[in-house]
Design a protein around this ligand. Structure first.
Ligand code: CA
Length: 210
């Protein structure tokens, strides 16, 4: 006896319906796979957190068992006090930064005041020194041997706020840098009458040399 061969006839609409259902099944399968992946990630994260919590617990236990160190609660109770101390210090710094120490004109004798953090400095004229430019500079010491001091063997005398040069016989000027020219000027004719005046160095500061 031979089995009869059976045929199932389906039309185009049924084929399209099967394709749609297959697509839907594939989509649901993909969602399930994604969900499994997400669950694995969550599980890994939980494992990591668990490890960290265990480590933290161990550290807290160590801290609590160590009587020489402050416990976490002691530590955190002092935080407000420390913040308050910091605020006070910041306010003090701000006051020092904004205060103008030059307001009282501390620099004397023409000194220029420069306001600094918690203080001032004075830039003094050359004849004065010191924190407030109230100390005389001894120019006879500081300028000795320089072009700014007394020249040509002059004697230097320090004065308050300045200095004075006493020149040797043949020199003149503030620093004794010029020689007497006794043959120049209207007096030369009177000095020599009808002769020719020739300058010679003075040997006495008060007597002309000619
Ligand atoms: Ca002086």
């Amino acid at each position: 006896m031979t089995s009869p061969i059976s045929y199932v006839k389906i039309n185009k609409a049924q084929v399209e319906d099967l394709v749609r259902k297959n697509t839907a099944v594939q989509s649901r399968l993909s969602n399930v796979e994604n969900s499994v992946s997400t669950i694995n990630q969550i599980q890994n994260t939980l494992n990591t957190l668990s490890t960290q919590i265990t480590a933290l617990s161990s550290r807290v236990a160590n801290l609590e068992s160590n009587s020489g160190s402050p416990s976490p609660s002691d530590c955190c109770n002092t935080v407000p006090d420390r913040v308050s101390t910091l605020e006070t210090q910041v306010q003090q710094l701000q006051r020092l930064l904004t205060r103008n120490e030059c307001a009282s004109n501390p620099c004397q004798n023409g000194g220029t005041c420069v306001d600094l953090y918690n203080g001032y400095t004075c830039r003094c004229p050359s004849a004065w020194q010191g924190t407030r430019c109230n100390e005389d500079v001894n120019e006879c010491a500081t300028l000795a041997g320089t072009d700014m001091g007394c020249q040509n063997g002059a004697t230097c005398t320090n004065t308050i706020g300045s200095f004075r040069c006493t020149c040797t016989a043949n020199y003149r000027g503030i620093r004794c840098t010029e020689t007497h020219q006794d043959c120049t000027g209207a007096s030369a004719q009177e000095l020599c009458g009808h002769g020719t005046c020739v300058n010679v160095p003075r040997t006495n500061p008060n007597l002309v040399g000619h």
